[in-house]
Design a protein around this ligand. Sequence first.
Ligand SMILES: NC(=O)c1ccc[n+]([C@@H]2O[C@H](COP(=O)([O-])OP(=O)(O)OC[C@H]3O[C@@H](n4cnc5c(N)ncnc54)[C@H](OP(=O)(O)O)[C@@H]3O)[C@@H](O)[C@H]2O)c1
Length: 437
Amino acid sequence: MLLLYVIIVLFFTHTFYYLIMAHKQLNIGLFGFGVVGEGLYKVLNQTESLKAKIVKVCIKHSNKKRNAPSSLFTTEKDELLYDENINVIVEVIDNADEAFEIVSTALRNGKAVVSASKKMIAEHLPEILQLQQESGLPFLYEASACASIPVIRNLEEYYDNDLLHSIKAIVNGSTNFILTKMFEEKLSFNDALLLAQQLGFAESNPKLDVEGFDAVNKWAILINHAYGIVEHPSNLLFNGIQNIQLGDALVAKEKNFEVKLVAQAQKLKDGKVAAFVLPQFVKHDDHLAFVKNEYNGVVIESGFADKQFFYGKGAGSFPTASAVLSDVAALRYDYKYEYKKLYHHTPHELSNDYFVKVYVSFEEWKHIPKDDFEWIEEWHAGEERKYLMGCIHVKELLGKIWWKANNTSLILAPEPIVEDIDILRLKKRSLELAGIE
Ligand SMILES: NC(=O)c1ccc[n+]([C@@H]2O[C@H](COP(=O)([O-])OP(=O)(O)OC[C@H]3O[C@@H](n4cnc5c(N)ncnc54)[C@H](OP(=O)(O)O)[C@@H]3O)[C@@H](O)[C@H]2O)c1
């Protein structure tokens, strides 16, 4: 009888708690009113049922014209961070250091936080994890990786540790847009970049997109939710699309491939994880080959379900704002990331002990350390550029710059990871046999 009473009391207090949370008024202090911030303002105005209201907006330049009442705006961050009426801070500014300060102060001041700043999150992951543990408050950032695709929450909630074999993705809408325009519409690199900027797909600083920094920041965030790996993005093997040549596109076409900037993480036989972001040849029937323009795509391969493909807009005002909005909505029931792979399982370790199959195009042989290759199976010398296809250990790439310097372009082969050393040794051919001198 007593037990039944306890169960009934628990049921009603729990239900009551969730009813209260579901009706909680969310008073938002918004930092940033650029592409994402203004997008959020507009989508919130069309989502009345959410019971969420932007109370104040902090921006940097007070003299800019805004499409919202001037009484909303301030340049004083403390007006938001110390306002007791504000219970949610949404941070969508374009300065990672200032963003970290805003987010840390907000959490310390007892406010739930939603952010889209991948650079800030990736570079400060250990501190952010600690702040969340100390404050016990939600800090959500779905928009920071693949914008409109709910990949973080899926990795957190759906894919258990043992089930996740690999994850392969196009995570940067801007570079994917540039590659699509260059290879399909024959636009020059600069014209394609300008168009991406005009359409709001590119970061304020284009170097972040083009040289792979934005993609590797997102990858550092996603491999945490996928495998529990906490690694500074600068320790991951990565590059962007800055050295890709028209000639590379021609070789790709000949071989029936597309060129994409691909982020990949894969469990190796020893249980460790290989993770990198590099240009890659993608077969025409690969899911990622269907991802064009500013779209992003994620292919998750799991133990028994085989492959699943997520596809959606990876940048732009409304798609990004919709992910921010979804996080704001999740605050009504106090949703928090549990970081299950990190805290509830043994986290995976990052591996740098595997080989990759690569295509390298270059101007002169003297720029290529031929002896570092395990084998070279094909090479071609044209008048202006030469290229080779071979296999190399990742240690010969990590921390070295030959493959990014002197206009050299390195693109991974499809299915690039080679880890079976015995097979590798059997196949090994000397450079002399390949006829290179
Ligand atoms: N654009 C996208 O498609 C996209 C997609 C996913 C994630 N994100 C991320 O979302 C964030 C915002 O991107 P965005 O494209 O919206 O940038 P944006 O258009 O350049 O806007 C940046 C905004 O931040 C404001 N700002 C800068 N420093 C500030 C400070 N210290 N205090 C208050 N406000 C400050 C600026 O103020 P003023 O207006 O006064 O200059 C501006 O309103 C970035 O972290 C970005 O990586 C963007």
